[in-house]
Design a protein around this ligand. Structure first.
Ligand code: ZN
Length: 344
């Protein structure tokens, strides 16, 4: 273990694209490219499962990753089939190749009901034009006409572009359920806040957590409020969900979906909790004077907010604002088309 700030990083190398690295007997790490700044790659886990394999998460639905999978199928699988695909949650870097892989091998597809149905709904709901209710939502957060026009030019809900085929059916995963994968028993742990019903897998015997995006070593997972549920409290969901993971042993080996394998779960959870508490405090301090959501970006983000990241920034700011509203630390009122927030 290499010291990595508050965590200890696993000393092994991350695998090169198109190859696999065995982290523990029967658990192989696969890494796929991801064209998102700050993430760059996604980790997928291939588990030996009797006379075949179980795959956890699948990569974005791009042609490049499709080709890398063919290469892995021809080499790493050693002639054995993928019998089961599990997706931790519906985001396209996790589900992008799922439908195709499931079909190619006739594999079973496992996911929580909340993730499967939300992702399937959004995939079917993909549309090139930005719906009026979305524009109204963004206008309420203080987007100006130039920002709205740019959003209209690039469309909304790109899920159909980044997921080749969303699986049409699934086998349900639920919190507390145990799965035998190649003689290892994994307990499903449902996390919330980053996505509706995110499944992590915990092996009690060897003390291993496949954490998906729920707990990442170097960044906080994206936590955002979107137009389909404007009053959601995903940060509250995330913070209460972290308490469940804080009960696991601190020295468990964490296999995250982004970044390097590490130990130091408890320390990482405490850092994530402190990070979000600080940001809620920063927001409350910022709204000493009434302003719309977009005004607080400089108080919340070090990076400049552009046409490319304004949607994500708005969603993240609202996650912290909605938490502060629930805690009674902020209040809001409409002013024309815009919602104004102010410290309570
Ligand atoms: Zn995600």
């Amino acid at each position: 273990m290499k010291a990595g700030g508050v965590m200890d990083y696993w000393e092994g190398q991350a695998p090169a694209a198109g190859t696999a690295q065995e982290v523990l007997p029967g658990i192989f790490w696969i890494r796929m490219p991801l064209p998102i700044r700050g993430l760059e790659t996604i980790n997928l886990w291939l588990l030996r499962d009797g006379d075949g394999w179980t795959l956890i998460d699948t990569g974005l639905g791009t042609g490049e990753i499709h080709r890398l999978w063919q290469q892995i199928f021809a080499t790493v699988l050693a002639g054995a089939p993928i019998k089961r695909v599990i997706c931790t949650h519906f985001h396209p870097d996790h589900t992008g190749q799922a439908g195709w892989i499931v079909e190619r091998f006739g594999a079973a597809f496992h996911m929580s009901a909340g993730e499967w149905s939300f992702g399937r709904m959004l995939w079917l709901d993909s549309q090139p034009e930005v719906p009026a209710y979305v524009l109204g939502f963004l206008r309420r957060q203080g987007w100006d006409e130039a920002a709205l026009a740019h959003q209209e030019s690039r469309g909304y809900n790109m899920l159909a572009r980044s997921i080749r085929q969303y699986p049409h059916s699934f086998t349900r995963l639920a919190d507390g359920q145990r799965m035998n994968i190649g003689g290892r028993y994994w307990r499903v742990m449902v996390g919330r806040g980053h996505s509706p019903e995110h499944c992590c897998l915990y092996d009690e015997v060897d003390n291993i957590l496949i954490s998906g995006d729920q707990i990442l070593p170097a960044i906080s997972p994206h936590i955002g409020v979107y137009p389909s549920e404007p009053d959601a409290d995903p940060l509250g969901d995330y913070l209460s969900s972290l308490k469940d993971f804080a009960r696991l042993p601190d020295d468990c080996l964490v296999l995250p979906a982004h970044g390097h394998v590490f130990r130091g779960l408890g320390r990482r959870i405490r850092a994530l909790q402190a990070h979000h508490r600080e940001r809620v405090d920063a927001i409350c301090a910022f709204f000493a004077r009434p302003a719309p959501a977009v005004a607080c970006f400089p108080a919340l983000f070090a990076r400049p907010i552009t046409d490319e990241n304004r949607m994500l920034a708005t969603a993240e700011a609202l996650a912290h604002i909605n938490r502060a509203l629930r805690e009674g630390r902020l209040q809001r009122r409409p002013e024309g088309d815009v919602t104004m927030y102010e410290a309570a």
